[in-house]
Structures are given as C-alpha cells and as structure tokens.
Design a protein around this ligand. Structure first.
Ligand SMILES: [Zn+2]
Ligand SMILES: [Zn+2]
Length: 109
C-alpha cells in the first residue's frame, strides 16, 4: 500500500538569512513564476515546472531584499511552525514537516 505524501501551498514569512520580513508570502519559482508546494518531507516543488529540492537548499527573495538568499537554518523551524498554511494543515503534517526539516539540518552539520 503506498501512502501519499501530504503537501500544502507554500505560504510563509520569509525564511531567508538576514531578513526580518514577517509578512506572509506565497512563494513562486524564479525560473517560471510557478507557485510552490511544500510536502511533509520538507521538499519544495514548483507547481508548473515540477522542479523540486529540499526546503533548506532553496533560496528566497522577498520585498525586503532584491537578491536571492539562503534559508536561515536557525529560524526555519520557527517560521514553519507559525505559517498559516501549515496551521491549516493537520497536526500530523506539521509535526512530520518540522521533524523532516530538523533532520535535514542535523544531517548537514
Ligand atoms: Zn518552476
Ligand atoms: Zn526576505
């Protein structure tokens, strides 16, 4: 039996380093403009071109900066835990996502 990986629309405060913009952003892919999914394994996927990568390797640009910046690994779990689109998903999704992202950060170090 295959279990479907849950995913949600990726909407959050900006996860980039040195950015304090807390307003919610619906992220889009710089190459094609597609909006993005975020799944419970912490993978971001473009809805149009299907490019996907771990959230912590993705780069972000918001109204606060014109350059694409790396994810702030110290802040990312906090940002995810207060994201409204993640609040709206079920509790299991949220705990799986936070665990997956924390593991990714652990594995990197
Ligand atoms: Zn794309
Ligand atoms: Zn930002």
């Amino acid at each position: 039996m295959s279990k479907k990986v849950q995913r949600i629309d990726f909407i959050s405060a900006c996860p980039a380093i040195n950015c304090n913009n807390l307003s919610k952003n619906e992220w889009s892919h710089r190459n094609c403009g597609g909006k993005q999914w975020l799944d419970e394994k912490g993978i971001v996927e473009c809805k149009i071109c299907k490019k996907n990568a771990p959230l912590i390797g993705w780069k972000f640009r918001c109204k606060g900066h014109s350059d694409f910046r790396e994810t702030n690994k110290e802040k990312i779990c906090e940002i995810l835990s207060i994201s409204s689109s993640i609040e709206a998903a079920n509790l299991k999704f949220k705990s799986r996502l936070l665990r997956a992202v924390a593991n990714m950060i652990d594995d990197e170090e």
